[in-house]
Design a protein. Structure first.
Length: 290
């Protein structure tokens, strides 16, 4: 776990020192998965298209819904299995309701549900490298999780304020990582030779009548802040996918999960020639394509 905003830069010992050659980056291809609630299911569609064409990112940086999809992918779940998680698990079920915590839903009650898909529950057990971002509620800092226990950091990253209770990890309390960093592309720049970004939280057009109450204005303000912060990191990616039409689905729209997945799939298929050129892959189906 690393709080990357507070990490000191290495001290420069000498201005005359010879510049060392760039070291080889350990991951050939990385993928960044943004937050976006149920719209994050579009990430599964993108991954389905990539895997179908033999493109397999070996490093993942995810936040919020992107952290959940990223963890499922990094653990080796097929796109069909990832989709099944979102189709069968209802995080807004009354069984998860709480009266004693700051949030309508108790995030801890989701641990066994996600555990069915992540049975080993550790970053070290993952076949692919994963980093997820959560927000420290007290300090306001984004925090990276990349080692140790897996499930609680992933759920913390997706704990939308007011809806889900903050998650306690080692004496610290965390909520949705998208609050502080909804597109953590910078986590991969030193690790990956090439980076694909998938952003599923577009700033949709609204009318003044859409902002009819205080909550809608607050949500709009948060959307603006997160989008502008994410857009500043788009240039860090070698290729950016922003699925058209994903803004037509609500953050908690459980009724259209398969449609959201298909939007992501079609968005990636439309960019496949660029993706294959970037990844150096060939158009061949792989068994994990789902």
């Amino acid at each position: 776990m690393l709080n990357y905003l507070n990490t000191p830069m290495a001290k420069i010992e000498s201005m005359d020192a010879t510049v060392a050659p760039e070291t080889e980056k350990p991951c050939a291809l990385g993928i960044v998965l943004s937050g976006g609630g149920v719209r994050g299911v579009a990430h599964i569609g993108v991954l389905r298209a990539l895997l179908k064409h033999g493109v397999q990112p070996d490093c993942v940086a995810g936040v919020s819904a992107g952290a959940i999809v990223g963890a499922l992918y990094a653990a080796g779940n097929s796109p069909a299995e990832m989709l099944r998680f979102f189709q069968t698990v209802n995080p807004l079920s009354f069984a998860n309701f709480t009266f004693s915590k700051p949030g309508f839903m108790d995030t801890n009650k989701l641990i066994p549900l996600l555990g069915e898909f992540l049975p080993k529950n550790s970053f070290e057990s993952l076949p692919r490298k994963l980093q997820v971002v959560a927000t420290d509620v007290l300090s306001g800092q984004p925090v990276i999780f990349d080692s140790g226990e897996l499930i609680r950091p992933v759920l913390a990253s997706a704990a939308v304020p007011m809806v889900y209770s903050p998650t306690e990890i080692n004496g610290h309390w965390y909520c949705d990582g998208g609050v502080a960093d909804n597109f953590p592309a910078d986590l991969l720049t030193d690790k990956c030779a090439r980076i694909i970004g998938v952003h599923v939280s577009p700033l949709r057009d609204v009318k003044i009548e859409d902002l009819s109450n205080s909550l809608s204005v607050l949500e709009r303000a948060m959307d603006i802040g997160m989008f502008l912060q994410a857009r500043a990191k788009f240039p860090l990616c070698d290729l950016l996918i922003q699925p058209d039409g994903v803004d037509g689905f609500g953050m908690f729209d459980k009724k259209h999960v398969k449609e959201v997945e298909e939007v992501g799939y079609q968005a990636a298929i439309a960019r496949m020639p660029e993706i294959l050129a970037l990844a150096g892959g060939e158009e061949e189906e792989v068994a994990s394509g789902g």
